[in-house]
Design a protein around this ligand. Structure first.
Ligand code: AMP
Ligand code: ZN
Ligand code: FE
Ligand code: FE
Length: 282
């Protein structure tokens, strides 16, 4: 069983359509893939239709933008009821603020001399939940930087960078509670990804565990080996499950589907905690 529980489609900042993501997951030899777009479930219908007859199992999910003590962090949520109103309202709040903030970032980029505009970002993002990676692609198109990852520097879009503007992000304890109340299972995404900015303390992770966090995403491309060992030990202390996933974004990042995977027993444990939705077996 090859299980990858973190992948983005063009419903947020990935480059594959949900159907292309499903096809690429099959081609990569995966048995299970989770669709975890940022703050949206807009890709569910297309992915669910695409999985029929493939033998692939789809885990509907999302990756929620959170913030605590000024530090941004991401919470993966699996198998929640997408129609549960309180959680749906919070996702909408974050998504809507992404537009205000996206325009503000484009404005900052222009003030800093980058010849990009909002129409270009809208074209790149399409119907997707708009984010900095779309603006990074605009900066690449304009020849300002050579690659999407080169846009995530203090000069441009990195957390606290010259052109970074913050968006509304949910308190993670509230987010954990919203996910659980919608029957879903919350897992802390890349908790030690220091290259993206400051990371939260072990005390915050303990608070999240007490609030109902199910697991930590330990095997992730942004974690070096010592970080993985430290997080694995912390998960053991706190009674949390340990997952591994690619965080695939299509051609917007270099990571491949299935580059990191989750143990089948851990996957079964996550599914058994979910009451909001079931995996879609294709
Ligand atoms: P946003 O959701 O608009 O705040 O943008 C955050 C997204 O930008 C993350 O989910 C990553 O996909 C991407 N990102 C953040 N930091 C980096 C980085 N250092 N290099 C490449 N992509 C990054
Ligand atoms: Zn992303
Ligand atoms: Fe993330
Ligand atoms: Fe992600």
């Amino acid at each position: 069983m090859r299980i990858d529980l973190h992948a983005h489609s063009n419903a947020s900042d990935g480059t594959d359509s949900p159907a292309e993501l499903v096809a690429n997951a099959v081609a990569a030899g995966l048995d299970v893939v989770a669709l975890t777009d940022h703050d949206t479930v807009a890709g569910y219908a297309e992915a669910t239709a695409a999985v029929a007859g493939t033998g692939l199992t789809l885990v509907p999910g999302a990756e929620l933008s959170c913030q605590v003590g000024g530090i941004s962090m991401h919470l993966l949520a699996y198998l929640f009821d997408p129609t549960e109103p309180a959680f749906a309202a919070e996702r909408e709040l974050v998504r809507n603020d992404r537009f205000r903030r996206g325009r503000a970032i484009v404005e900052r980029c222009r003030e800093l001399g980058a010849p990009i505009d909002w129409e270009q970002v809208e074209r790149i993002a399409g119907d997707g939940s708009v984010g900095r990676p779309h603006i990074a692609s605009a900066l690449v198109e304009a020849g300002v930087v050579a690659s999407v990852s080169d846009a995530f520097t203090p000069e441009w879009l990195a957390n606290g960078g010259r052109a970074d503007v913050r968006k509304h992000e949910t308190d993670p304890v509230l987010a954990v509670r919203l996910v659980r109340a919608a029957g879903g299972v919350p897992v802390f995404a890349h908790p030690g990804a220091v290259k993206r900015g400051q990371t939260v303390s072990d005390e915050v992770i303990a608070d999240l565990a007490a609030a109902g966090l199910a697991g930590l995403e330990v095997d992730h491309t942004d974690h070096d080996d010592p970080t993985r060992a430290r997080l694995r030990a912390l998960a053991g202390e706190l009674g949390l499950l340990v997952t591994g996933s690619s965080d695939y974004h299509g051609s917007r990042k270099t990571v491949r589907l299935g580059e990191h995977t989750t143990d089948p027993a851990v996957y079964e444990a996550l599914v058994s905690q979910a009451t909001g939705a079931a995996p879609v077996a294709g």
